[in-house]
Design a protein around this ligand. Structure first.
Ligand SMILES: CSC[C@@H](O)[C@@H](O)C(=O)COP(=O)(O)O
Length: 365
């Protein structure tokens, strides 16, 4: 997508061929800065500290991280050690594990001397596939928005949670891809952006993206969505996913489940948009089985933002001494999900629905 008229991806191989550049998302929306990742440690820190975030982008960064590790140690033990380091950075997004398994399998088939180039090439392929998947998700989901527009004859108001846009992927995004597709096809759309406490990915990143692209949107407090749905001000919810079970349970940013409950109560369709790399075919019961990341209490107790004089400040917003919990994700059971939008089309949130789109998984199931 464009920043000041210049096309960017969130991650790309540097011209030296042995390091990568990423957009530093901890600096957005107030500063646009690139960061160079040159070592395994750089990549692990970037994922852990959320310089890069969003399930597909975490996966691609991990793939490049394994490639960077080959600069330091291209032995079989080096591959295993690097995978273990990267896999430990964030526990919920399955794309991380998926990307590491894929690059590691490629590396084990070639000689140590070829591993650096081979890993970079495989990470590059994963990045390209992610762009293609997100584009296809956009086309399938964009049709849903266009159909709703045809039926209602007015702009379609889409509520989204967290940031599942191009910043969360390599380009286009998952939940926001249908919105970009609709917008580019002239379908009038207005996005309601949940601020997404505690880290405010909606207010900081989704709003930044949509504003940059010219898509009409309104940032709302996390607790406003239910009220707006009750008053007919939301036509559709689309969210992303960090891990989706074989039965169609959707794990996404904390607070997604509450939106799905409100959507069900008010009859608003609720979709999850995700690429195949987000589906964990080994899991059936998302609530019981998906590991939920517990993050630092400081994300809840403190807020960082721009001051009126243009500086930056971090302030405490929770009463000192109170204990704090910070689960970063929740699971929306498939029964609350109207449909899943993937690069292959839209399906029911169920084992049958997913297997209909991915028939090659039937035997394993
Ligand atoms: C296309 S990204 C889908 C999800 O990764 C996204 O909705 C989300 O929850 C991101 O969480 P984050 O903690 O910012 O990595």
């Amino acid at each position: 997508m464009n920043i000041d008229g210049r096309p960017y991806r969130t991650i790309f191989a540097d011209t030296d061929g042995v390091s990568v550049q990423v957009i530093d998302q901890t600096r957005l929306p107030f500063a646009f800065e690139l960061k160079c990742l040159a070592t395994l440690d750089d990549a692990a820190v970037a994922i852990r500290t959320m310089i890069v975030r969003g399930a597909p982008l975490i996966g691609v960064t991990a793939a490049y991280g394994l490639a960077l590790a080959m600069r330091e140690d291209a032995s079989l033990e080096g591959i295993d050690r690097a995978c273990a380091t990267l896999a430990a950075t964030r526990p919920t997004a399955i794309n991380l594990r998926w990307a590491l398994d894929r690059v590691a399998a490629t590396l084990r088939q070639v000689q140590p001397g070829e591993r650096l180039a081979s890993a970079f090439a495989e990470a590059g392929r994963i990045a390209e596939e992610d762009v293609a998947s997100c584009r296809a998700i956009g086309a399938h989901g964009g049709r849903l928005i266009a159909d709703l527009h045809k039926a209602k004859g007015r702009p379609i108001r889409v509520l989204t949670h967290c940031n599942a846009g191009w910043l969360a992927t390599v380009d286009w995004g998952t939940a926001l891809a249908p919105i970009y597709d609709a917008y580019e096809n002239g379908v009038p759309v207005h996005v309601l952006v949940d601020e997404t406490r505690p880290r405010n990915q909606g207010a900081a990143l989704t709003a930044f993206e949509l504003h940059g692209h010219g898509v009409p949107h309104t940032v709302i407090a996390d607790n406003a969505g239910g009220h707006l749905m009750q008053h007919g001000e939301v036509d559709l919810c689309i969210v992303g996913s960090d891990r989706t079970t074989a039965e169609g349970d959707v794990c996404n940013k904390i607070g997604t489940y509450l939106k799905a409950l409100a959507a069900r109560d008010t009859g608003v369709p609720f979709y999850a948009a995700l690429p195949f790399s987000t589906i964990d075919w080994t899991l059936r019961d998302g609530v019981a089985e998906i590991p939920i990341e517990e993050r630092d209490a400081r994300e809840v107790t403190h807020l960082t933002g721009r001051t009126e004089d243009g500086g930056f400040a971090t302030v405490q917003v929770v009463s000192p001494g109170s204990p704090v919990a910070n689960p970063a994700f929740d699971v929306t059971p498939s029964r609350l999900v109207t449909g899943i939008i993937t690069e292959r089309g839209v399906c029911e949130a169920s084992a049958e629905g997913l297997l209909g789109l991915y028939p090659e998984r039937r035997q394993a199931a």
